[in-house]
Design a protein around this ligand. Structure first.
Ligand SMILES: Cc1ncc(COP(=O)(O)O)c(C=O)c1O
Length: 321
């Protein structure tokens, strides 16, 4: 895929991340369940944002940026990982976060503090107010002769999506080496970019792989994913790709984003007790809970090999549980 290779990225993640079978969970559920350990991408506490940041921070450097500004919830994994990558690359970083939920120095806020990162809280429920604050800070920095670069929430923009197109390529190579046939990938959907990337990657490199997203916010991700896939196709000059019938999304937000759910917490316990693997209460626990429910509902084919993408988020265990 020449268009993809032409886009600049920085090597930030430790790759390939492991792919292996969850033997005990597979026995319990009667399904072949594998895990792709993108919680082991190697910077901060690991997680999915590092692959996206490989493209976005390369772009920032290309644009001559010296200060990265990004945004999200108070306990945003994305914000913490952006800060960690910036520390590694020697870039300044400012995090503009919503002053809602767990705002004490716990979880990701503790990690931001350890990195000495500047955090600006916005006392609002509206994401528009985050971007208004970002614009204000950007203008101030420019007036002081700096070159800021803004990364939107979750890095779910076309450049970021490409990180998960790469991940599909990586999984296909691993499946060849390990002689496993991947039939289905299940991932968390929080701002849409990871799911869009996996879907596009599957379409480009192995269209028979089905990709299912489990949403952990109450938003409707169908239009978001469709738009992101189309824009990413344009970016890599892949031509128009029809994905309308391939978008499979389920909602397991429960009472809402960052409100732990009984289903999610039960999934966290099951994974910890049987595989020694930690999921988190905001993203991956709810996602794995959704996957288990879908098994019970007969959603997967009889002998499918299912890959659960572990997207990280460990710091939330210490903020929310
Ligand atoms: C741990 C974790 N998993 C999954 C996601 C969701 O990924 P995306 O925002 O690309 O949908 C996020 C995003 O914030 C995350 O932090």
């Amino acid at each position: 895929m020449k268009g993809l290779e032409k886009i600049k990225k920085i090597d930030l993640a430790y790759k390939p991340t492991p792919l292996y079978k969850l033997n005990n969970i597979s026995l319990i559920t009667g399904k072949n369940i594998f895990v792709k350990r993108d919680d082991m991408t190697g910077i901060g506490l690991g997680g999915n944002k590092v692959r996206k940041l490989e493209y976005l921070l390369a772009d920032a450097i290309k644009c001559g940026a010296d200060t990265i500004i990004t945004t999200g919830a108070a306990q945003s994994n994305h914000a913490m990982l952006t800060a960690a990558c910036c520390r590694k690359l020697g870039l300044d970083v400012i995090l503009v976060l919503l002053k809602r939920g767990v705002t004490e120095k716990k979880g990701n806020l503790l990690l931001n503090d350890l990195m000495g990162v500047e955090v600006v809280f916005v006392d609002s429920d509206r994401t528009q107010d985050l971007y208004a604050e970002i614009n204000r800070i950007s203008d101030q920095l420019k007036a002081a002769g700096k070159t800021p670069y803004t990364i939107p929430i979750g890095a779910s923009v076309p450049l970021g999506v490409l990180g998960y197109v790469d991940c599909v390529k990586e999984m296909i190579e691993q499946s060849r080496d390990q002689d496993i046939k991947i039939d289905h990938i299940v991932c968390c959907t929080g701002s849409g970019g990871t799911y869009a990337g996996l879907l596009l990657g599957a379409k480009l490199f192995k269209p028979e792989i089905k990709v299912t997203g489990i949403a952990v916010t109450l938003d409707d991700f169908y239009p978001v994913v469709k738009e992101l896939v189309n824009q990413s196709c344009d970016l890599i000059k892949a031509g128009p790709i029809s994905i309308e019938d391939d978008i499979h999304l389920f909602n397991y937000a429960g009472d809402g984003y960052a409100i732990p759910s009984e289903r999610g917490n039960a999934a966290i316990n099951l994974m910890a007790r049987n595989e020694g693997l930690f999921l988190d209460p905001v993203y991956t626990g709810k996602t794995f809970g959704g996957l288990l429910d879908l098994i019970d509902d007969g959603y997967f084919e009889e002998d499918e090999n299912i890959v659960f993408l572990h997207t990280g988020g460990a710091a939330s265990i210490f903020a929310f549980m």
